[in-house]
Design a protein around this ligand. Structure first.
Ligand SMILES: Nc1ncnc2c1ncn2[C@@H]1O[C@H](COP(=O)(O)OP(=O)(O)OP(=O)(O)O)[C@@H](O)[C@H]1O
Ligand SMILES: [Mg+2]
Length: 710
């Protein structure tokens, strides 16, 4: 009996160990697959880099067909783009994509956040006869788009859970009989997968030849490999099966090849034309700031940054690690006079929506959020995104920081980093598939004081690097870095851990730093090696983790998971001092105060401030209350204040016919009164030359820079 119990006990133990090992094997196999894919990507990248070394760099791969030639709809398309959408020229790939859709082809668009994907289906939707169906994952995104289109006079509607009965009746009737005026219909994916009634009306619409195109926005939601997988997106394959002759355009900002393959298969568009644009965001200035261990110091720095650089209430986002931290940071910012609200998943949806709306309308300046503040953000003029703590991967950092500057104007992305934050993140992600590897990639990014930040994104997404034109701290900084030899320090750290391991002891990162410091002190004057600051010891230990000399181990307690530092695979050569270890140190000790050339805008001119006020007024009055940026974009305000049109004909040349018809009289009235008030031509005579256009490397992004700082 006792024997049996013993056997059963051991059996359970063996089974649980087997289970653990199987889990580990699966993780390793997944990682192996990822590494193979990355290996192939890097080899291809190397080849491409060799090929392009001496030629001009072209990072967007365009399909072999010539989609940039002339097409019968060119004139009409140009007219609609400018006079209805108020867009003065196409950005990279937009024209080609529009031509492919207009030619009736299926298209897959991979374009960075803010690249201008919406126009790629909205313009063909206006030009083609019939109704365009757009599938989009979030109600808030749909509402923004429908409001924006309606303000431009384009008949756009949405059919969602919030649509009232009357509108629903109108939509169904229009689909059915083609009587009402409807050009673009937005739905959530649930409508396709769950509403038989809707699908049968759509079928009728198609049968009568009135379904002009199908757009799947945020298409990465189809793929389980994407970051925002939505089960209902999986059913969208039905659309191509039901309506094979209707052109489909799928759009996403997510670049991995796995997701792309998945999308083409799931949406049944194997022969689609694929347009992959560069991941480059040339208008974003990237910076990593040394984060003080004292919380208040960090908040003081952020406050100073916002109030000095963005005195006109320009919008920003601050990402925090936890809900509690969000609330704390928002509170402290408010105490310092910054209008900040917090946003996280613990809040109810009504409250979240209210906060989001206040910010979108420019009534609050900053949202302090967790990652829950995500995909629904459609605000084009976010001027700064600050990470109070590091993100969990390069991919998430690219997405979160990429919410800045979607309108193409200079914007800043700052990440506050200290090595001490690493264990906090690692103990959250270590159980995720490849969670630690992904985290260590962004830690590498943060620890580097030399490599171009944009270059890190190019490498990560497998693209040939381009020059960042001084748009990151490392490229813009003139402070010299030096490599110091820390082989001896490393030896001490490894031997400390080795001794601890022999005694069955463990140490967290901070404990290890303290142990190192006291050991170092003990060595006293016999020690000739460079003395390191506490932060530098932390930096060294994290480097050793990244290099597999050390590793992190995790232990669960009832309340949390603790991260410990232990010996990694390569500890022996480090202990023997056989491997030289270097650490990058800035020669000047203070934080490098490098800034983006374009981002620091100073105070708005008098005229810009008046135009900003006018757009707020116009956006909140009338039946179609919309966002200020839908009335006039930041770019249009800059153009108006430099060109000062005072007649409808002049105004039309800046903002197009539709906006001139809607808002022209008010704008002209403002221009004229400003002119007559004496604060006009005289005071702002310098504006014309001060508001200068800078062309970045990406020829399609025109940044209008107000240069008070000159
Ligand atoms: N050719 C253009 N010239 C100037 N502005 C443009 C142009 N095309 C689009 N925009 C503007 O750029 C901003 C971002 O466009 P859009 O919302 O289509 O981006 P997106 O690619 O869908 O980004 P996301 O992935 O974040 O959804 C909008 O304010 C839009 O009006
Ligand atoms: Mg979009």
């Amino acid at each position: 009996m006792e024997d049996e119990e013993n056997i059963e006990g051991e059996l359970l133990l063996v089974e649980s160990q087997l289970h653990d090992i199987q889990g580990q094997i699966k993780t390793l196999l997944d990682r192996q697959e990822e590494l193979y894919e990355r290996q192939a990507q890097l080899k291809a990248l190397l080849e491409a880099s060799k090929l392009t070394r001496n030629t001009t760099i072209n990072t967007s791969s365009v399909a072999p067909e010539d989609w940039s030639g002339s097409f019968p709809w060119d004139l009409e398309a140009d007219d609609t783009r400018f006079n209805i959408f108020g867009i003065s020229s196409y950005r990279s790939n937009q024209r080609e994509i529009i031509n492919a859709v207009m030619s009736g082809r299926d298209v897959l668009v991979i374009m960075a956040a803010g690249g201008g994907k919406s126009l790629c289906y909205q313009l063909p939707a206006v030009l083609r006869d019939g109704i365009a169906l757009v599938v989009s994952p979030l109600l808030s995104l749909i509402q923004d788009q429908v409001m924006g289109l309606s303000a431009l006079g384009i008949p756009a509607y949405m059919l969602t859970s919030t649509t009232n009965k009357e509108v629903e009746k109108f939509i169904y009737k229009t689909l059915d009989k083609g009587e009402g005026e409807l050009k673009i219909l937005y739905v959530t994916p649930e409508k396709i997968s769950k509403s038989k009634r809707f699908m049968s009306k759509l079928e009728k619409c198609h049968h009568a030849g009135r379904l002009s195109l199908i757009a799947i926005d945020e298409a990465h939601c189809c793929s389980q490999w994407g970051h925002d997988f939505r089960p209902d997106y999986k059913n969208l394959g039905i659309l191509k099966i039901q309506f094979p002759s209707v052109p489909m355009i799928a759009l996403t900002a997510t670049a991995t090849s796995k997701v792309q393959m998945d999308l083409m298969e799931m949406l049944h568009i194997p022969r689609c034309i694929k347009f992959v644009s560069t991941v480059n965001r040339p208008n974003l200035f990237y910076k990593v700031s040394e984060k003080s261990p004292v919380g208040k110091v960090v908040i003081d720095e952020i406050t100073k940054f916002i109030s000095e650089s963005y005195p006109n209430n320009e919008s920003g986002i601050i990402y925090c690690f936890s809900r509690k931290e969000c609330e704390q940071v928002a509170k402290e910012l408010r105490e310092r006079g910054i209008s900040a609200d917090y946003y996280h998943a613990d809040m109810d949806i009504v409250n979240r929506e209210k906060i989001h709306m206040r910010w979108s309308k420019g009534k609050s300046q900053v949202i302090v959020g967790t990652v829950a503040f995500g995909m629904g953000i459609n605000k084009p003029d976010v001027r700064f995104v600050i990470h109070h703590s590091l993100s969990k991967s390069m991919e998430t950092y690219y997405q979160e920081s990429g919410r800045a500057g979607r309108d193409g104007l200079p914007s800043e992305c700052i990440l506050y980093y200290r090595p001490g934050d690493v264990p906090r993140q690692s103990s959250m992600v270590f159980y995720e598939n490849c969670g630690l590897q992904n985290l260590y990639d962004i830690v590498r990014y943060c620890q580097s004081k030399r490599s171009c930040r944009h270059g890190a994104f190019f490498r990560h997404f497998g693209e040939v690097p381009q020059d960042c034109n001084g748009m990151c701290d490392n490229c813009a900084s003139t402070i010299e870095q030096k490599d110091i030899d820390v082989t001896y320090h490393t030896k001490i750290i490894v031997s400390l851990l080795h001794d601890m391991q022999l005694n069955d002891q463990r140490a967290t990162l901070l404990q290890l730093v303290d142990k190192f410091k006291s050991k170092w002190k003990g060595l006293g004057s016999f020690n000739e090696a460079v003395d390191l600051r506490k932060e530098e010891v932390e930096q060294l230990i994290v480097n050793l983790i990244l290099d597999n000399v050390l590793k992190e181990e995790f232990q669960h307690t009832a309340y949390s998971t603790n991260a410990y530092v232990t010996l990694g695979a390569l500890w022996k050569p480090a202990l023997q001092g056989n491997r030289v270890v270097k650490l990058e140190i800035a020669i000047a000790s203070k934080d490098r105060d490098v800034r983006s050339k374009g981002a620091k805008r100073g105070r708005m001119s008098d005229l810009e401030a008046k135009l900003d006020e006018l757009r707020r007024d116009l956006s909140s009055t009338g039946s179609d209350a919309i966002f200020p940026h839908a009335v006039l974009t930041a770019q249009q305000i800059s153009l108006l204040s430099s060109q000062k049109p005072t007649t409808p004909a002049e105004l039309e040349k800046v903002i197009g016919k539709v906006k001139t018809r809607k808002y022209g009289s008010k704008i002209i009235e403002l221009m004229r009164s400003h002119d007559n008030s004496g604060s006009g031509r005289g005071k702002e005579a310098g504006d014309e030359h001060r508001a200068k256009k800078i062309k970045t490397k990406d020829e399609d992004v025109v940044c209008v820079e107000s240069s008070e700082e000159e």
